[in-house]
Design a binder for this molecule. Structure first.
Ligand code: ATP
Ligand code: MG
Length: 139
C-alpha cells in the first residue's frame, strides 16, 4: 500500500545548526520527492506519543525532552523502496558508526541528537506520516 513512501523528521540539533538546506539537498539528490512537509515544534506530550514504542527504553525521557526542545521539519517522502533506501541514506543510529557520506555521519552530533528520523517499516511510515499530516493533502 504505502511501500513507496517513508516519513522523516529533521531533528532539533540539525535545524539549530542550519542543516535543513544541506539535508534536504541530500534527500533530493538521493531521488526522494517531497509529498508533504511541515516546519513545526513538538510539545512534550506529542513527542511522548510519537515515540511511545520506546517507552520502556532507558533513554525515553531524554528522547522526548530532546525532540521537544526546538523546531523540527516533518516530511513524507516518495521513492521506490523508500523505507529501506532512506534508512541507508541516513546511516546508523549512532553517527560515529554511520557510513561515510550518510546524513548522520555528515550532520549528527551524537546518538541522541542524530539529525534525522527515518521510519523503520511501511506500516510505521503510514502511522507516523498520519500523525503529522492527517487530513492534509499529499502532493
Ligand atoms: P529514528 O527512529 O529516530 O529514525 P533509529 O530507528 O535509528 O532512529 P531507534 O532505535 O528507533 O533508532 O531510536 C529512536 C531514537 O532514540 C534515536 O534516533 C535516537 O535519537 C534515540 N536513541 C536511540 N538509542 C539511544 C541511546 N542509547 N541513547 C540516547 N538516545 C538514543
Ligand atoms: Mg526508529
Amino acid at each position: 500500500m504505502a511501500t513507496n513512501r517513508t516519513f522523516t523528521m529533521i531533528k532539533p540539533d540539525a535545524v539549530g545548526n542550519n542543516y535543513i538546506g544541506p539535508i534536504l539537498a541530500k534527500i533530493n539528490e538521493a531521488g526522494f520527492r517531497v509529498v508533504a512537509m511541515k516546519y513545526t515544534k513538538l510539545s512534550v506530550e506529542s513527542a511522548g506519543k510519537f515515540y511511545e514504542v520506546h517507552k520502556a527504553r532507558p533513554f525515553y525521557g531524554e528522547l522526548v525532552e530532546y525532540m521537544s526542545s526546538g523546531p523540527i521539519v516533518a516530511a513524507i517522502l516518495e521513492k521506490d523502496n523508500a523505507v529501506s533506501d532512506f534508512r541507508k541514506l541516513i546511516g546508523a543510529t549512532d553517527p560515529s558508526k554511520a557510513e561515510p557520506g550518510t546524513i548522520r555521519q555528515l550532520f549528527a552530533k551524537s546518538i541522541a541528537a542524530n539529525a534525522v528520523h527515518g521510519s523503520d517499516s511501511d506500516e510505521n511510515a503510514e502511522i507516523e506520516g498520519n500523525y503529522f499530516f492527517a487530513g492534509s493533502e499529499r502532493f
